[in-house]
Design a protein around this ligand. Sequence first.
Ligand SMILES: NC(=O)c1ccc[n+]([C@@H]2O[C@H](COP(=O)([O-])OP(=O)(O)OC[C@H]3O[C@@H](n4cnc5c(N)ncnc54)[C@H](O)[C@@H]3O)[C@@H](O)[C@H]2O)c1
Length: 255
Amino acid sequence: MHIDGTAALVSGGASGLGEATARRLVANGAACTILDRNAERGEALAKELGGATTFVAADVTDPAQVGEAVEQAARSAPLRIAVNCAGLGLATRLVDRSGSPHDLDAFRFVVNVNLIGTFNVMRLAASAMVGTEPLDDGERGVIVNTASVAAFEGQIGQIAYSASKGGIVGMTLPAARDLSPSGIRVLTIAPGVMDTPLLGLLPDEGRQALAAGVPFPKRLGTPDDFSALVVHLCQNAYLNGEVIRLDGGLRMQPR
Ligand SMILES: NC(=O)c1ccc[n+]([C@@H]2O[C@H](COP(=O)([O-])OP(=O)(O)OC[C@H]3O[C@@H](n4cnc5c(N)ncnc54)[C@H](O)[C@@H]3O)[C@@H](O)[C@H]2O)c1
């Protein structure tokens, strides 16, 4: 699919991987709508990128707010690209050292934002895409979700996060199958350790230790590595229903 002239929606687009994705989609000619709950950063980025870029303050778990963002995105051009980057982590064990169980609401919260939020954006964006005119090859759109290598190798303390990301991996093929009659592809990226504001909170030694664990290249992944893959997934029409690791060959250890 040619990105130029399409409308794109990027959840979590105010920071990190989503921000880099919004920047690259705009550079490739998309009218980009940034959906994020961080209004300050989202508005500043939309202003900086200018042109047809818009920002909608929304929580991915809220049907009405996401519905508005999808409507806004589809206003300027046919909505053909939706990228799910909104997400968060939590470090809590199933049972902690003092024997207390994992808080159930904390587990629900992570699954709600990462998994159900992704589903919510996917269903509403796909419904808008279904209503667009197909391109010459029958394609109407592409949805790219963000899981994590923690979907496969969750570390100690990642049980809620891994469950939420494993759910995104599990949705990928059935979503692609459900949407295949409409010519909409669904793909998921499972990043390794990426250098985003999230990771920037770690001290330098911590970041270096993480980078040393990557087989090659021996560095953290960058938001640009991620956004370059998103653009490729949009452009390569034969990629569908797949989860792609973006991790320099990293396999996470228990801790
Ligand atoms: N950074 C990494 O190493 C890494 C690795 C694997 C997977 N991921 C995943 O990539 C995605 C992006 O992470 P990042 O590192 O860019 O983080 P980030 O914190 O820089 O960006 C996440 C963005 O999502 C937004 N967000 C969070 N909850 C939201 C909600 N309920 N509704 C709307 N917006 C919400 C935040 O405001 C923020 O702007 C996440 O899903 C994360 O789990 C990150």
